[in-house]
Write a protein that binds this ligand. Structure first.
Ligand SMILES: Nc1ncnc2c1ncn2[C@@H]1O[C@H](COP(=O)(O)OP(=O)(O)OP(=O)(O)O)[C@@H](O)[C@H]1O
Ligand SMILES: [Zn+2]
Length: 817
């Protein structure tokens, strides 16, 4: 009987591939194991086994696999099911999901490597031109791959050149299939087996009496073992006994000591006994109870608790319940909020049961966490991670917490799969039959909508912990301040007064300015008016090149006005101001204050973000200027004042979610003020202080905000009332792109009843020499999403059969936000 395997490869092709295997291999292989397989002419890929069967492929001859790479599956059936869902729902391939889900070290590399023989004596004048090119390239680069050599000599078949160079002993080849991952190994020592009894030990020490250094080491080891249960590393022993490597080595050779290795990640530590879980107050207890009741009904549950109400402590209580049942727990956070603050807090309670998983971790660290979760090792019982931790090999997941569930960064933008981690987490919880809690002070409109429609359970905390008052919010009319000359630079007198007072009291200040440079909007400097699209209710975007204002949803456009449509003033500005400028002004206005800044530019590198947070926490800074990074669940003790430099730049963002996001951001950043005893103060500067959203922020009126937003979403057919899919077309040729996008959207309009907007250029319409154009499809809730997607895919097939369009990339973003 013939045997075959279906394999998924980490490439964006729809299908899986069938390879042939021997009967022996068929006995060993299980879905979820990796194999290396040949692909195309010369490539070798790592693939994942989906299925073992006896049906030969119809249209091609199955190749044999190269090698089996695992002894047991590294991916389990629930994961495969989950990946299938992600691929289906977000309209991408299983291979793309796999590439995003597996740490890259698991995707084995195979390439022929060419290295320079550094020992060779080379007479360059004897080299032919093409030989010299390769030789020269190898002076700059230690290793070349075959296809790189092709590019250098501009020829496809390079093997003859390489053969000549090999003959001349100038290069050598290295065929390498290697695992990139190597666990960190640490050397430990213990007393040899024969010396474990007291008697034996006594005799040993006697026999060592003439070797004082050696007996010193043995005694030290004994003492160290008495002090703690932890394994003793060779370095620790050397340090403690004050002896050299040679002495320890001699003892190991005599077999008095035994050396052994433990992978670094396996070392366990004792829990800190001092920090016990806090007792919840009555409001937290009530919320916990409501959550538990809702969990009993297997409902996704939303916890809405004002800032500093102690949501984290409620999570902690829940986590410890599931921990006791021996279940795994996943704590999802937006990438940006993965601060040491929260991790330290949880580690105090749960010690080394916690693993952290996110993109700033290196390959090794990710593989360690993966394997720990796979083997259900105690130290990975709780995983705190950003969105990609969803894809870890959980076996027995009991609870998922999605903290700051409203955060837009839970949605992956690029590359595929363009998934929303919150939504994918809900599906994952379903597959595991585990409970899932979404938490936020400012829930997303979607989640609250689901609560309203009975789909989700609900719990609420309306008070800050310790009955600290919500901060006192004050709106400052900046237009008025300018008119009355009560402003310096971008600071109103009111804000300056408050900063002064906080500084005098030795309290800290946060200044918030969210400037996102890539979507310029036109703003009247006199009245703050910004032109809106009449079809879409979003702010128009300024396109400098064409001197136009455009709606990037529907394509409505108008020439750049010479004066403001609202007040007639000719002073229109498109630049706005950013955090850097605010920092500069603060330094001039308050030369004695210590000022820091936190934005994308100052937080590159693995620990930069934590450093700024810690330094602010330790009160090494008085004033911290920053973007939305400041808003994420940070718990500072000494911040009494939060200043919002310009609320309008948020409100006028050209996006149907601008109002929702403004409410969330302002509420979150305000929530950093006055978290301990004294009531905090928030000053919000705006050209348009009567805007309903600003009123709702200052009164904490989430429900009115929600009602108004839902009304608008109904009017303009946006989520959560309708579903949307954004389709992006990408090509280097402007005309081809235009035609292709027209063709596609035309086909959509004929074939499909929903609303099709565009094609339209985004604010940045050309990236890396590729032009972009978007089409937005709005799908009525009553229509089947599945059918619509199948229709779109069918249109894509016909599209791809037109040779001119084949090179146009089509990118789907389902539930685009
Ligand atoms: N039951 C409790 N006992 C003692 N201290 C508590 C308790 N609950 C919360 N706190 C303290 O109150 C502060 C605010 O709590 P926490 O950070 O959990 O609030 P939060 O709701 O998560 O806030 P945010 O949404 O702003 O992140 C913290 O310093 C926390 O240690
Ligand atoms: Zn429009």
């Amino acid at each position: 009987m013939e045997y075959f395997v279906n394999i998924v490869l980490p490439i964006p092709l729809e299908r899986h591939f069938t390879y042939s295997i021997t009967p022996d291999e068929a006995k060993i292989l299980v879905p979820g194991m990796r194999v290396s397989v040949p692909f195309g002419k010369s490539k070798i890929y790592t693939g994942l086994v989906l299925q073992i069967h006896n049906i030969p492929p119809e249209v091609y001859e199955a190749k044999e696999i190269d090698q089996i790479l695992d002894e047991f599956p590294i991916v389990n059936p629930i994961q495969l099911q989950h990946w299938e869902w992600v691929a289906n729902y977000y309209m991408c391939t299983l291979g793309e999901v796999m590439r995003s889900a597996l740490p890259s070290a698991f995707l084995l590399e195979s390439e022929t490597l060419i290295l320079r023989n550094t020992d060779a004596d080379v007479d360059e004048s004897q080299l032919k031109d093409d030989e010299f090119l390769v030789f020269e390239a190898l002076q700059h680069q230690a290793v070349l791959k075959v296809h790189e050599v092709s590019a250098i000599v501009e020829r496809k078949n390079v093997l003859p050149i390489l053969n000549r160079l090999l003959d001349k002993n100038i290069i050598y080849l290295k065929e390498e299939v290697y695992e990139q991952y190597k666990p960190k190994l640490v050397k430990y020592v213990k007393l040899g087996k024969e010396y474990l009894s007291d008697d034996a030990l006594e005799t040993l020490l006697e026999s060592l009496s003439r070797a004082p250094k050696q007996s010193q080491v043995v005694l030290s080891l004994f003492q160290l073992q008495g002090n703690s249960q932890k394994p003793i590393s060779i370095t620790d022993l050397e340090r403690y006994s004050n002896s050299s490597k040679a002495v320890v080595k001699a003892l190991i050779e005599k077999e008095i000591l035994e050396e052994y290795h433990i992978r670094k990640d396996r070392v366990t530590y004792d829990l800190d006994e001092n920090s016990s879980i806090k007792n919840l107050n009555e409001y937290q207890l009530k919320a916990l109870k409501d959550i538990q009741v809702s969990f009993k009904e297997d409902k996704v549950t939303l916890l809405k608790g004002v800032t500093s109400s102690g949501k984290t402590e409620v999570y902690v209580k829940l986590i410890s319940e599931y921990l006791e049942q021996g279940k795994q727990i996943l704590y999802l956070l937006p990438e940006i909020a993965l601060t040491t603050q929260l991790i330290t807090r949880l580690q105090e309670y749960f010690g080394e049961k916690i693993s952290v998983f996110h993109s700033k971790y290196n390959i090794q660290e990710r593989v360690e966490v993966w394997n720990n979760v796979l083997k259900k090792v105690g130290k990975a019982q709780i995983v705190i991670g950003a969105r990609s931790s969803l894809f870890l090999p959980f076996k027995d997941l009991g609870l998922i917490i999605v903290d700051e569930e409203h955060e837009g960064s839970f949605k992956q933008f690029d590359p595929a799969p363009r998934y929303h981690a919150r939504d994918a987490a809900i599906v994952l919880a379903n597959l595991h039959r585990s409970n899932i809690l979404l938490g936020s002070a400012t829930p997303s409109i979607e989640s609250y909508y689901n609560v309203h429609h009975g789909k989700y359970g609900f719990a609420e905390i309306n008070r800050r912990f310790g009955n600290v008052l919500m901060p006192d919010m004050e709106l400052v009319d900046f237009k008025e301040a300018l008119r009355k000359r009560k402003a310096k630079g971008h600071f109103s007198e009111r804000l300056l007064e408050e900063i002064e007072e906080s500084l005098v009291n030795g309290e800290q200040i946060i200044l918030f300015q969210n400037r996102r440079g890539f979507a310029p909007v036109l703003e009247c400097l006199t009245c703050g008016h910004t032109p809106q699209c009449s079809n879409c209710d979003v702010t128009l975007t300024y396109h400098q090149y064409k001197k136009q204002l455009r709606c990037h949803y529907c394509g409505y456009h108008t020439a750049l006005p010479e004066s403001c449509a609202a007040c007639g003033s000719p002073d229109l500005d498109t630049k706005g101001f950013g955090t850097e400028q605010v920092e500069e002004e603060v330094r001039t206005l308050f030369p004695d204050a210590k000022v820091g800044r936190m934005d994308l530019d100052t937080t590159r590198g693995k620990h930069a973000y934590e450093k700024i947070i810690t330094s602010f926490e330790q009160q090494e800074m008085d004033i911290l200027v920053g973007t939305q990074m400041l808003t994420k669940g940070l718990d500072f003790r000494n911040v009494s004042l939060v200043g919002v430099m310009n609320a309008d730049s948020l409100l006028n963002f050209p996006d149907y979610r601008a109002h929702e996001k403004t409410y969330q951001m302002l509420t979150q950043v305000s929530g950093r003020a006055g978290r301990t005893q004294k009531r905090g103060k928030v000053i919000i500067q705006s050209y348009n202080p009567y805007h309903q959203i600003l009123k709702q922020v200052t009164t904490g009126d989430y429900d009115t905000m929600y009602a108004e937003q839902i009304y608008e979403r109904e009017q303009y057919k946006y989520p959560p009332i309708n579903r949307i899919i954004k389709i992006t077309f990408k090509h280097k040729n402007y005309n081809t792109l235009n035609e292709a996008a027209e063709w596609f959207s035309g086909a959509l309009r004929t074939n499909f009843g929903g609303t099709v907007l565009g094609p339209e250029f985004p604010p940045i319409s050309r990236i890396r020499n590729q032009y972009l154009k978007n089409v937005l499809v709005k799908i009525d809730k009553r229509e089947s999403l599945g059918r619509t997607k199948r229709n779109i895919k069918r249109i894509e097939k016909s599209f791809n059969s037109i040779s001119m369009y084949r090179s146009v990339r089509v990118i789907y973003n389902v539930d685009h936000i």
